[in-house]
Ligand binder design. Structure first.
Ligand code: C5P
Length: 222
């Protein structure tokens, strides 16, 4: 990347299902292109975890929206947000339109910051930042994703079988893809990156090349 290039407003949207590699790819792209990164899944995880701590029912959309409105950026570093239970709670609160509305401005402000940003999630290229200059939809075979997530969760000390993770992934894919508001979808202008057969290095390299091409198009069009 040339230093003299003007980076203002370059937004990278990275969407895809659980354990597709999109989080790692988003972090690598952020480092590569000098952009701040927001893992938007953490917002939904945080709402779910806060509700569970408060003994609220995850199906209670008013309570969920109230938790979402009060959420602050400093709450997103909590390791409790990385657990299997937090992922499941996140996908249950993420179906409420009121929760998605409450989290919209935070994400759009992040995307709109001077210089640009990288956001990863499920609806970045379709709803949060449809104007993003680079869009990727990162995916992998469900079995491959389950294996990856299982290794990750075991390292975190969780006790569970591969079959548990396969069931989790299937349930989340279905819920995230079938909800009425902002379902997980590949934006028509997003480049599909299937990481099933790739190492993380290969996937990050492919993502970088896709974004470099998008950035070159963006710079030449300004
Ligand atoms: O990406 P991660 O697995 O952390 O996301 C947790 C859950 O949060 C997803 O299963 C999905 O239900 C929800 N989510 C969402 N929209 C986003 C990011 C995450 O609905 N932009």
């Amino acid at each position: 990347m040339s230093d003299d290039a003007d980076r203002s407003g370059f937004v990278i949207a990275v969407d895809g299902p659980a354990a597709s590699g999109k989080g790692t790819i988003a972090l690598r792209l952020g480092a590569e292109f000098g952009l701040p990164v927001l893992d938007t899944g953490l917002l939904y995880r945080c709402v779910g975890v806060l509700m569970q701590k408060a003994g609220e029912n995850l199906e209670d959309h008013d309570a969920a929206a109230a938790a979402a409105i009060l959420l602050t950026a400093d709450q997103l570093d909590d390791p409790a947000l990385r657990t299997r239970a937090a992922g499941e709670a996140a996908s249950r609160v993420a179906v409420h339109p009121s929760v998605r509305d409450a989290l919209l401005e935070f994400q759009r402000t992040f995307a709109g910051q001077e210089g640009g940003a990288v956001l990863d999630g499920r609806d970045i290229g379709t709803v949060i930042a449809p104007q993003a200059q680079a869009k990727l939809f990162v995916t992998a075979e469900p079995g491959v994703r389950a294996q990856r997530r299982w290794s990750q969760l075991k390292l975190q000390g969780e006790r569970l079988t591969l079959d548990d993770v396969v069931a989790d992934i299937r349930r989340r894919d279905e819920r995230d893809g079938a909800r009425d508001v902002a379902p997980m979808r590949r934006a028509p202008d997003a480049v599909l990156l299937d990481t099933s057969e790739m190492t993380i290095e290969q996937a990050a390299d492919a993502a970088r090349r896709i974004v470099e091409a998008a950035r070159a198009r963006w710079l030449s069009s300004r």
